[in-house]
Design a protein around this ligand. Sequence first.
Ligand SMILES: *Cc1c(COP(=O)(O)O)cnc(C)c1O
Length: 341
Amino acid sequence: MEKKNIDWENLGFGYITTDKRYVSNYKNGAWDEGGLTEDANITLNECAGILQYCQECFEGLKAYTTEEGHIVTFRPDLNAERMEDSARRLEMPVFPKERFLDALDQVIKANAAWVPPYGSGATLYIRPYMFASSPVIGVKPAEEYQFRIFTTPVGPYFKGGVHPLTICVSDFDRAAPHGTGHIKAGLNYAMSLHPYVVAHQNGFDENMYLDPATRTYVEETGGANFIFITKDHKIVVPKSDSILPSITRRSIVTVAKDILGLEVEERKVALAEIGDFAECGLCGTAAVISPVGKVVDHGKEICFASGMEKMGEITQKLYDTLTGIQMGRIEGPEGWVRRIL
Ligand SMILES: *Cc1c(COP(=O)(O)O)cnc(C)c1O
């Protein structure tokens, strides 16, 4: 198979139309057979549920080429399960896990020429999503839905080197107690755009959101979970019902415990204690782990010992081990890497 003629190393993170996408429609209480299409556009009724009341959820994962030349994905079963949970919370029909995995295989195989080569640092980003497609004007769940998966190649995350982030403690909240913070829905992102723009205007890379009830505990950023590392190399992960359960963060916890033999604590983390940590990172599919150098709390700077030049020692170990497993250089737990081609 001939790869597309793309300067993979210099790709950014943007949308590029690839050859095929997967579509399945839900109507009269059932999903249709589904299949691939070349049509990247969607025609919707003006009153479609997604346009009126934002009934939508999504996932994000990557396909990439391993050292041996296979095209693989990383733990897509967890994306499938998380999307089932998101759909239930939004009163949408569940797109079954087995069908999700089959649709992924189809769309990745059909776009194999767009999967960047091993060593380029680039990946094929995959976006499964589902939305209400039938008209809704009285407030209630729609009758019809569409599930789609498109793919787009994205460049290496740490292009031009690693630059630890500067993060501000936000005055806005990301998620309400007992709300939708734990599901992957566009609505959580719509309301985070304003805080994100404000943070950028003030010179920060991201927001640190606190627990909305007491504003004393660390939650997450708009699209990534925090991990902290103590001076004696223990991993500390914030625990809260309104944090999105990141697959990367859950994988890092397993890597830390079972492969690196580090102690891991999942507990509430007070903003007041983060100055005691040696390292801090943000976990998500896009970066795997992005080091945080500094958190600014209303003018008060909290600087981590790892500094503003590089990843901290333990963060780097976690990053190297997890990306090593993903790329097939290190053997990981059974079933983590799913071979497509
Ligand atoms: C997607 C997402 C993450 C990261 O999850 P991964 O499964 O690791 O990609 C973290 N926080 C939020 C709010 C997210 O939407």
